[in-house]
Write a new protein. Structure first.
Length: 98
């Protein structure tokens, strides 16, 4: 079952965020992950949403999500991520489309 990581982001330092974004793809490759969406909030249609940016990353399964997040390569980027932005990361499983 495919899994997705959705990140809701508010950038604090554009320079540090650019560095972080440039280094993340190399951490995704070993886990068969692909970037699906990276965008800025256009409108809040219902409820509240405090962040300005969103990223969606598809993984083959939830084990790959955990492997990526816990990998030394990604763990090494967390301090930079925390300096660069406020980020809420959530993982979801999704059955294949019927």
């Amino acid at each position: 079952m495919a899994a997705y990581v959705i990140g809701h982001i508010t950038v604090k330092s554009a320079e540090k965020w650019a560095e972080y974004r440039g280094r993340v793809p190399e951490t995704l490759a070993p886990w068969g992950a692909e970037l699906v969406l990276r965008g800025r909030r256009a409108a809040v249609l219902s409820g509240e949403h405090r962040h300005t940016d969103t990223v969606v990353i598809r993984f083959p399964d939830l084990d790959a999500v955990h492997g990526w997040y816990e990998s030394p390569a990604y763990q090494a980027l967390i301090a930079l991520r925390e300096q660069a932005a406020e980020v809420d990361l959530v993982a979801f499983e999704a059955p294949a489309a019927e």
